[in-house]
Design a protein around this ligand. Structure first.
Ligand code: FRU
Length: 325
């Protein structure tokens, strides 16, 4: 059909076990299919650092034009990313970073700001002493480090806020439930919990419920617009608030194209975050619904175009056969 794929983009995704990352893949695929010159290949490292290194090695070996990567951990991915860049392939880090900043560009929300916003929310909505527990994501991943950093910066300026315990749950709900249960038993006066994502926030809520402790305010991160996502959890009163963490899939493909075309681009490309609580959850949900509808319309149109292309190709073949005989 004359659609020459001239821009090969390889995306090394950290894992696809959760909805946030499935949405990220989806929005990259939709954006890529809007540009016939783009060939997007996604490799899923299944949360395994060694597998992710291999995935990037194979993108290098296959000579892709641009690599997009969401590095599972900050340190162990640095070397292979450096290798890609040295071999002339630009690397766009999304969502998570490597520790030496040796990537071509970064795109994602500012995780230090996410942490600061969570703490500022507690400052703005409380008086007097407040006991807080923090539940961190995988410690060796950059968003966990940066969310903690931002959170602690604001706590340091507000002496009435006490971080009594920090527990790690590697981004996942079951681990958060177990770790938080213990932490809460040790600190029954806890008023606020900052969980580094909504899955862990939900685990914390379950733990509190099983201990019969209600009235604990839980703050999460992600704010997905799905049945068990953060926006819904805020609307149900399960979470007090969540910080919107956009996946940036569409923007990543467009930025990768700009980098390939040698158009000017910024090294640090920040997506905006916002606090979602019961005051704005309905509005945010409406907005997210509209975006989802538009995405669906685009997908339907793309499918219709594919069908037409196939019909055209088979008619063409028929014409060729008829003229041949
Ligand atoms: C998804 C996720 C999100 C979190 C992000 C941080 O895999 O765990 O919940 O915000 O990764 O990189």
């Amino acid at each position: 059909t004359g659609n020459v794929k001239t821009i090969k983009i390889g995306f090394s995704q950290a894992m696809t076990t959760d909805e946030w990352r499935r949405q990220m893949n989806k929005s990259m695929q939709v954006e890529a299919s809007l540009h016939p010159e783009v060939a997007l290949e996604i490799k899923d490292a299944q949360n395994n650092v060694a597998a992710q290194i291999k995935d990037i090695e194979s993108f290098i070996a296959n000579g892709v034009d641009v690599i997009i990567v969401s590095p599972i951990e900050a340190k162990p991915l640095s070397a292979v990313i450096q290798k890609a860049i040295s071999s002339g392939i630009p690397v766009l880090a999304v969502d998570r970073k490597t520790d030496n900043e040796a990537f071509t560009a970064f795109l994602g929300a500012d995780n230090i700001e996410v942490g600061r916003n969570a703490a500022s929310y507690i400052v703005a909505n409380t008086t007097g002493n407040v006991d807080i527990i923090e539940i961190t994501g995988l410690k060796t991943s950059s968003p966990a480090y940066e969310r903690s950093l931002g959170f602690s910066q604001v706590l340091a300026r507000n002496s009435r806020l006490h971080l009594t315990q920090t527990v790690n749950a590697d981004w996942e709900e079951p681990a958060a439930k177990t770790a938080f249960k213990q932490a809460l038993q040790a600190n029954p006066n806890t008023q606020y919990v900052f969980a580094h994502n909504d899955r862990m926030a939900l685990g914390a809520w379950q733990a509190a419920k099983e201990l019969g402790l209600d009235g604990i305010n839980i703050i999460g991160v992600d704010a997905l617009n799905t049945p068990n996502g953060g926006i819904e959890l805020v609307k149900q009163g399960v979470l007090t608030a969540t910080l919107l963490y956009p996946n940036g899939g569409n923007e990543a493909i467009r930025l990768a194209m700009s980098i390939y075309k040698r158009e000017p681009f910024a090294k640090n490309n920040l997506l905006s975050t916002i606090v979602v609580d019961r005051n704005n959850a309905d509005i945010i949900k409406n907005q997210a619904d509209k975006v989802a509808q538009q995405q669906q319309v685009i997908e339907n149109q793309l499918k219709a175009i594919k069908v037409q292309e196939q019909e055209f190709a088979s008619q063409n073949l028929l014409v060729k056969l008829l003229t041949f005989f």
